[in-house]
Design a protein around this ligand. Structure first.
Ligand code: MN
Length: 285
């Protein structure tokens, strides 16, 4: 199933170039009182909600995808776990380019582990990335992302994918410079998720997936997840050794070679096989 969030926090099932509005499903969410549980209640309840969504979708209101405003498929991630330099060729380009490494030694993911991005940096594909540091190089990073579906700690690699609710495209926008990654990559609008969540049962195996980022028809990044250094399973095992993973947590699996600056006016065309594509605009402040 392909699930999107659109317009004023409505929920849709994507079918071809149409959306079926299944927002009535939100009435099925359990009532909660403060303090609200961390994470995303919709994702946490997804296995129970999906059969009901199919029923509602059978005769629901249909809209053209092109006519709605797509939001991040996940409304309330408790945390965004991101993988640095997780493709070998990107590690090599980062070490070779002063504009990326900024004079510091680029450590491998084995050495530096994962990092967290602020959830306040998250937008959906209909919103523009705001490039507001004209004094700094601001780069695109396309990444396969996945959403945790159930609480997890100390997960083993062999059953790690059992904890994944679904997959989506992500952009890990970055200003280059000497500061910590969490600062440079957590500016407002620097985390884009979309265009929809493809549930794990439909997406299948994430270990050999083609993806590409183009600007003005020109390929900037083109790679396959088979070249990940820490694959999806290993990222879950590695992160869950330190953190409790909760429904709605998002993993950004890292970007391949080809990172390059964006300019206001650019449209980032992002495509991942098995998900689809999204076009994200870059605007000046
Ligand atoms: Mn990244």
């Amino acid at each position: 199933m392909r699930i999107c969030r659109f317009d004023d926090n409505r929920v849709g099932v994507v079918e071809g170039d149409e959306i079926v509005d299944v927002s009535a499903i939100l009435d099925r969410l359990p009532p909660v009182k403060w303090p609200y549980p961390r994470g995303d209640a919709f994702i946490a309840n997804l296995p129970d909600l999906m059969p009901e969504m199919r029923k509602i979708a059978a005769d629901g209101r249909r809209l053209k995808l092109a006519e709605v405003k797509l939001l991040s498929p996940v409304a309330q991630p408790g945390k965004i776990v991101a993988a640095p330099v997780n493709y070998k060729l990107h590690l090599e380009e980062a070490r070779a380019d002063q504009g990326i490494h900024f004079g510091s030694h680029v450590k491998t993911i084995e050495e530096c582990g994962v990092f967290l991005k602020a959830t306040s940096s998250m937008i959906g594909p209909a919103d523009p990335v705001v490039s507001d540091r004209s004094d700094r190089r601001t780069d695109h990073e396309i990444e396969l992302c996945f959403v945790i579906g159930k609480k997890a700690r100390h997960v083993r690699e062999d059953n790690a994918l059992d904890y994944v609710a679904g997959f989506m495209i992500g952009l890990d926008m970055t200003i280059r410079g000497p500061e910590e990654r969490s600062y440079r990559k957590s500016r407002d609008t620097f985390t884009v998720f979309g265009p929809w969540l493809v549930t794990a049962d439909e997406f299948g195996d994430p270990s050999a997936v083609d993806f590409e980022l183009k600007i003005a028809g020109q390929t900037r990044q083109k790679a396959n997840t088979r070249d990940l250094i820490f694959d999806c399973r290993k990222l879950i095992a590695y992160a869950s050794e330190a953190y409790t993973l909760e429904p709605g947590d998002v993993f950004m699996t890292g970007t391949p070679e080809g990172v390059a600056p964006v300019e206001p006016g650019d449209i980032l065309n992002c495509r991942i096989d098995g998900i689809g594509e999204m076009n994200v605009a870059v605007r000046a402040a």
